[in-house]
Design a protein around this ligand. Structure first.
Ligand SMILES: Cc1cc2nc3c(=O)[nH]c(=O)nc-3n(C[C@H](O)[C@H](O)[C@H](O)COP(=O)(O)O)c2cc1C
Length: 418
């Protein structure tokens, strides 16, 4: 995309995209991108993206958990330049934040996963493609030259999973992640209210919200109806409703650890298990041969009441941190959150909504901007904390926050007011 091709290097060495639409230029953090996405997307779509399960306590805790640790910065350290490069799942990355898998990204922008994969590649990181993607795995494989991971489920029909693995090998995916926190689907009440379910049953307000987003509707008209093309052959239909129903029939609630090893062996490369919160499970993952664990609760979309990844991280690092890569997935909205996770022993973080908000706010340029915001915030946080290398963050910089937290004095100003 031209916007990113036109990026020029600024004096501090980071890419500055100076041709972004004005509305994107007004976004200075992930929360700004979220609000812009909210304005641009039909409300059922935005709430599908933004929401979590039941009372959303886990969703909120995923981010607020970071506030329970303070940083005690070190001073008079030469932080003229800090090292951010890291190797995750066998891939050399510019910095330690990867993109989490999320289905149906054409909901957020007509170019969907193709745009997000290009944004990740331009931001120097790994893009994870969800099994339930709205562009085919073969098309996403060729959309960018950046490293990509494919997210699988072990379906009831194991041949479907075997077929996906064979196609990933053929298409040049570098790693696999197996999601294990979807034995059944979480109860997401925002979706129930808006009618964004199967079958879709939109309220009048929801339908009006679609009608009021002509740009979004134009994108849909330009690129054709939603579907999950990676699955079309298995579902025997090109209809999204039929494919989603098929997917529902394929979730295997009887899956156990004994089913996993076959697929790790079949892949034979870097393999992450995504959706663990317990140290015991992390040990099981190590024992079946996984190379990484993604400490995650599916972005608060599955079990409401589940621990936040940041809360679960220290025990998992203690249990397996020397043997497998530990990736914190969920709740990251600031660069300093990444710094805190690394200080607790995570090798990297993975983000979902941040780049999806960016995608909804401004397509590829918006997704890229979300990643750049996190990257520059991480670098600034490292400099201000006296940390010089992401591979070597001193755990001593963290201190548990005791006592009541100061209330936020003022809500951030609305986007329009800036
Ligand atoms: C809209 C949406 C769709 C998602 N779809 C999937 C999916 O298909 N497979 C999967 O393993 N995780 C999925 N996830 C979970 C993400 O991979 C990731 O765990 C989560 O977004 C991390 O939390 P964060 O959004 O706070 O960064 C999805 C998350 C969101 C927000």
């Amino acid at each position: 995309m031209g916007v990113i091709a036109l990026a020029r290097a600024s004096s501090n060495g980071f890419a500055v995209v100076n041709t972004r639409p004005r509305r994107l230029r007004k976004c200075h953090n992930i929360s700004d991108l979220r609000r812009l996405a909210q304005r641009q997307l039909p409300s059922p779509i935005f709430n599908y993206l933004d929401g979590g399960a039941e009372d959303e306590t886990t969703l909120r805790r995923n981010t607020s958990a970071f506030d329970d640790e303070m940083i005690i910065p070190r001073c008079l350290v030469d932080v003229t330049s800090v090292a951010t490069k890291v190797n995750v799942l066998g891939q050399d990355l510019e910095w330690p934040v990867i993109c989490s898998p999320a289905g149906s990204q054409r909901f957020y922008h007509a170019d969907g996963e193709l745009a997000a994969a290009r944004a990740a590649a331009n931001a120097g990181t790994l893009y994870s493609l969800a099994a339930m993607s709205s562009n085919s795995l073969e098309d996403v494989a060729t959309a960018s030259t950046g490293p990509k991971m494919f997210q699988i489920f072990i379906f009831k029909d194991r041949d479907v999973t075997r077929d996906l693995i064979a196609r990933c090998k053929k298409s040049g995916f570098k790693a696999l992640c197996l999601t294990v926190d979807v034995s059944v689907r979480g109860k997401r009440e925002r979706e129930l209210r808006s009618g964004m379910g199967i079958p879709m049953n939109f309220s009048v307000a929801s339908l009006a919200s679609f009608a009021l987003r002509p740009r979004w509707l134009y994108g849909l008209a330009r690129t054709g109806p939603f579907s999950m093309p990676t699955f079309a052959g298995h579902a025997g239909s090109t209809s999204m409703v039929a494919q989603t129903r098929y997917f529902g029939t394929q979730l295997d609630a009887s899956l156990t650890w004994k089913d996993v090893r076959e697929f790790i062996d079949l892949w034979g490369g870097p393999f992450a298990i995504k959706g663990l919160l317990s140290a015991t499970d992390a040990r099981m993952a190590r024992d079946v041969g996984a190379s990484a664990v993604m400490v995650s609760n599916h972005g608060g979309r599955q079990l409401d009441g589940a621990a936040a990844p940041f809360d679960a991280l220290p025990d998992i690092v203690k249990a397996v941190g020397n043997e497998v890569e530990v990736i914190l997935d969920g709740g990251v909205r600031r660069g300093v959150h990444v710094l805190k996770a690394l200080a607790h022993g995570a090798k990297a973080c993975s983000v979902g909504r941040p780049y999806l908000f960016g995608l909804g706010a401004g397509g590829e340029a918006g997704a890229y901007q979300a990643l750049q915001i996190l990257k520059t915030e991480l670098i600034r946080s490292m400099q201000l904390s006296g940390c010089t290398d992401v591979r070597n963050i001193d755990p001593e910089i963290l201190r548990r926050h005791e006592g009541p937290r100061a209330p936020m004095l003022q809500e951030p100003a609305p986007l329009d007011a800036r």
